[in-house]
Write a protein that binds this ligand. Structure first.
Ligand code: G4P
Length: 536
């Protein structure tokens, strides 16, 4: 077929940019997302993304989370076209209790945009997300937001980011003043100044731009703020290294931009940097071989499952990241794990300017396939090749509960409901080696509440979720050289009261205290304890 010629796939892959925005709640992720869509022309009016953000502050209000779950499918992937590039922006759940989901979303992107509130600097949740990016060497662009407020000194911020990230920061712009005296930013590479004016009315191209970094008119117009900025820029020029694309692509350097998302300021620079600097989809490792994105055959991996809102249908949407080839609606695909055939005729539409997203996709794109449980987290989909992508992380839960049914006749429904919720990644379910009460493991408290609510409404099971004494979990393995299966079995038999099996039958030890773990590690030197399990 002419459309499948390698050159077409290659050029489509090259113009893809797939990234996620990471930030601590309230730093401005939603605002910036919206402005990126606005500046690329994907939406006409500001407010459409913001409107869906139902409950920023309702930390324990799971009904709100339920609402969010429903509306967020369409906007969980946003596709825009800008300067001949196709940009896929993946949303990450804002609530920290769902950070597990966020970690998995980060495995589906090629770059991340970190938004920092200039008053607060690097905050706890950003830190955790960054660790995931760092572990994968994901290139990170940094946007320092809210310069229209009284914030920290830019040099101090730069220093803090550098320390927290463990990578070199290279400023691409530098602020002139802040708060009431925020006058704009110096574009250090283009050597010009963009003058700040508050308001949301301006879009691309109608900012006042002054040529040169030390135009004599600046001192008069911007006073002390300009003089300070000038001094800082001199320091930065001396101290900061020059930008090195290779270092950025390997997660050793981050370009830094200053702006004010709510005032549409600094947004264009970020969009331009994404197109110019962020990488196109790269090769991806499977257990069997490394796959190139421009290979003609389609392959993809499920990184997120989202239950649909209609409890009667119990259908789910699997989010696939295309890893190679050309996806077309109605093509014959195979779920490698189960060998089942899949023929997606309906694909979920995301917020997009491009109608053809529904009909075709290339490496870097995300497709949403509705299904009834055929697709699971971590599944690899191909045109027939036996291939399994690696790297989808599951984190050791930090909170545990026991779960039982109020009505013993509903035991089967409970197990079925938990199996499905577990497959979706909403919760981790453990079956103890000794005893019959199932255990739930979560990263955030809210996960338990959502599970109880969904068991009742979607599976018609009233579950009794009660405290469990565990606080620490580790997956256990044993290398062949250390005795392999046999040694692992010996460990499990010795510790039967502390061992449980997870959804894919991986053995896990559950402990009360971190100290116990240390003791156990000393007593069992041949056993490996893992805080992270990669789906394989
Ligand atoms: P999030 O998705 O990261 O949680 O943050 P979000 O965009 O919702 O922004 C959090 C708050 O910060 C919002 O105010 C938003 O308007 C404000 N904000 C975002 N960018 C800027 C900026 O550049 N300057 C200033 N001063 N504020 C900014 P809010 O009062 O919580 O909500 P709203 O009533 O404005 O919607």
């Amino acid at each position: 077929m002419s459309t499948d010629q390698p050159s077409r796939i290659q050029s489509e892959v090259r113009r893809r940019r797939t990234f996620a925005i990471i930030s601590h709640p309230d730093a401005g992720k939603t605002t910036l997302t919206e402005k990126l869509l606005l500046f690329s022309g994907a939406i006409q009016i500001a407010g459409s993304v913001k409107a869906r953000k139902a409950s920023r502050h309702a930390t324990s209000d799971w009904m709100e989370i339920e609402k969010q779950r429903g509306i967020s499918v369409a906007s969980s992937v946003m596709q825009m076209e800008y300067r001949d590039c196709v940009i896929n922006l993946l949303d990450t759940p804002g609530h920290q209790d769902f950070s597990e989901d966020t970690y998995r979303v980060l495995t589906a992107v090629d770059a991340a945009l970190m938004v920092i509130d200039a008053a607060n600097g690097v905050e706890p949740q950003t830190r955790r997300l960054l660790q995931v990016c760092r572990a994968r060497n994901t290139p990170i662009l940094t946007f320092v937001n809210k310069m229209d407020r009284e914030v920290q000194e830019p040099l101090a911020l730069m220093d803090e980011i550098e320390r927290e990230l463990g990578m070199t920061v290279v400023p691409f712009t530098w602020p002139v003043g802040m708060g009431k005296h925020f006058h704009g930013v110096m574009d250090l590479r283009q050597k010009r100044m963009r003058v700040f004016a508050p308001g949301e009315d301006r879009v691309a191209g109608d900012e006042e731009v002054l040529d040169g970094l030390d135009n004599p008119a600046y001192a008069e117009r911007f006073g002390m703020q300009y003089e300070n900025a000038q001094g800082e820029i001199e320091l930065v020029n001396e101290a900061a290294p020059t930008f090195d694309l290779d270092d950025f692509l390997n997660g050793r350097q981050t370009p830094m931009f200053f702006g004010s998302a709510v005032n549409n300021f600094g947004v264009q620079e970020v969009l331009d940097a994404l197109v110019e600097l962020a990488p196109a989809p790269a090769e991806r490792a499977a257990m069997q071989r490394v796959v190139q994105p421009e290979e003609p055959k389609f392959t993809g991996v499920v990184f997120k499952i989202q239950a649909n809102m209609d409890p009667a249908h119990r259908d789910r949407i699997a989010f696939l990241r295309v890893a190679s080839g050309h996806f077309e609606r109605g093509m014959r695909l195979k779920v490698v794990r189960s060998g089942k055939e899949l023929r997606p005729n309906t694909v979920v539409s995301f917020l997009s300017q491009r109608r053809e997203l529904l009909d075709e996709a290339f490496a870097g794109d995300i497709i949403g396939i509705p299904n009834h449980g055929v697709l699971q987290l971590g599944d690899t989909i191909t045109e027939g090749e036996a291939l399994q992508y690696t790297g989808l992380p599951f984190f050791a839960p930090e909170m545990f509960r026991s779960v039982e049914v109020a009505d013993p006749l509903k035991t089967k429904q409970l197990r079925e409901g938990l199996r499905q919720l577990g497959e979706e990644g909403a919760i981790q379910v453990f079956r103890p080696e000794a005893g019959s009460v199932l255990l739930l493991g979560a990263v955030g408290q809210l996960q338990f509440e959502v599970v109880a609510h969904r068991l009742e409404h979607e599976y018609n099971v009233k579950a009794r979720i009660t405290a469990a004494r565990y606080n620490v979990a580790r997956w256990v393995t044993c290398d062949e050289a250390d005795g392999g299966e046999k040694e692992l079995r010996r460990f499990i038999d010795h510790n039967a009261h502390r061992v449980a099996w997870d959804a894919v039958n991986a053995p896990t030890v559950l402990l009360e205290y971190a100290g116990e773990l240390r003791a156990m590690q000393e007593n069992w030197p041949k056993i490996k304890f893992h805080a992270l399990r990669e789906h394989a």
